[in-house]
Design a protein around this ligand. Structure first.
Ligand code: 13P
Ligand code: SF4
Length: 323
């Protein structure tokens, strides 16, 4: 972090001033602000780039900025650090975890690999650097199918940690993946009952879903894809109404890119809670973004041997996704 003392600045109470101050701090730090689609709309609007996990990884890798302020979850900021060690990587909240990452601890993952000698470990990017370091190739929801199709037909494949994405990949590739039993707390619980009601109310609406959703929901979907792919689908489709079965933060971009269309979030759980909102992604706020740019922390650091070990399967992903 360059030697700038910004610590005396108090958090502005006025929301517009807060936004202006974040812009000023960002410029003073020379920071590139990257944001995932599941961030609050006001954070997305401040970002230099908004994207899905693969696009954010690529943006972090090619960045020349001395600071990357990463508004997403911790594993995404870790990926930025692994791919761009020269940059200081800041994240507004270190508590921005992920239920998939939590479900798969490195020691358990190592034992699982050892129990399947000869299998290649294809691991979803939603995991810790420790698990990445033990994997052969990393995938994102937008690159997984393409990467799995490049593996030899007779190669046994372990897929961790998302069992729903894994089951989806089994169906589309016809490969017999051995699955880790993890799940996303958000995508696992979309209410099929509420969805049925919405389909009755909006018979013309198309259902777009993220592949982290269970099979029962994906079977009803008109389109399945990563956050960026869903965004492209709804913008390019000639239809006007869509039911969205992924985190509703993405609706902000949908409304910006296709203002005349209607996007209806599929509710979670009983249909009465806000459990379709990712509790981890929403740990980042304008206030802690201001504070992190002001204070130069929380900062993502990791031991160099871990970074180098996690870099290999990530580089393999970037190569195989580009083919
Ligand atoms: P995408 O790569 O599709 O943006 O997915 C990230 C994620 O965490 C989905 O829950
Ligand atoms: Fe993890 Fe699910 Fe949140 Fe994505 S939406 S970050 S998979 S908990």
């Amino acid at each position: 972090m360059p030697n700038v003392n910004l610590s005396h600045r108090a958090v502005p109470r006025d929301p517009e001033m807060l936004v202006e101050e974040i812009k000023r701090l960002k410029a003073e730090r020379g920071a590139l602000l990257l944001a995932h689609y599941y961030q609050d709309g006001d954070i997305q609007d401040l970002a230099d780039f908004v994207g899905d996990s693969l696009e954010l990884a690529r943006a972090a890798q090619r960045s020349q900025a001395r600071v990357i302020a990463f508004c997403g979850v911790r594993f995404m900021a870790e990926v930025a650090k692994i791919l761009n060690p020269e940059a200081e990587v800041l994240i507004p909240s270190l508590e921005a975890g992920c239920s998939l990452e939590d479900s798969c601890q490195p020691d358990d993952f190592r034992r699982w690999r050892e129990a399947h000698p000869g299998a290649v470990a294809v691991t979803y990017i939603n995991c810790s650097a420790g698990v990445k370091a033990l994997s052969d190739v990393i995938v994102t929801s937008s690159s997984a199918e393409k990467i799995i199709r490049q593996l030899p037909d007779d190669q046994p494949i372990l897929f961790a940690p998302d069992r729903h994405l894994g089951a989806y990949l089994r169906r589309v590739t016809g490969r017999d993946l051995i699955l880790w039993p993890g799940a996303c707390v958000v995508h696992e619980q979309f209410s099929l009952e509420a969805l049925a009601g919405l389909k009755l109310e909006h018979p013309e609406a198309l259902l777009a879903a993220h592949p982290e959703c269970p099979e029962g929901l994906l079977a009803r979907a008109d389109f399945v894809g990563s956050t960026s792919a869903i965004l492209r689908f709804v913008t390019e489709s000639p239809r006007d109404e869509f039911l969205i079965a992924t985190e509703p933060g993405i609706i902000h971009q949908m409304e910006k890119k296709a203002p005349g269309k209607r996007f209806i979030p599929v509710p979670g759980g009983s249909g009465e809670c806000a459990c379709n909102v990712c509790p981890f992604m929403r740990k980042n706020t304008l206030v802690n973004l201001f504070e992190c740019l002001r204070d130069g922390q929380p900062r993502l650091d990791m031991p160099e041997d871990l970074r180098l070990a996690a870099l290999k399967p990530l580089e393999r992903m970037l190569e195989m996704a580009a083919v």
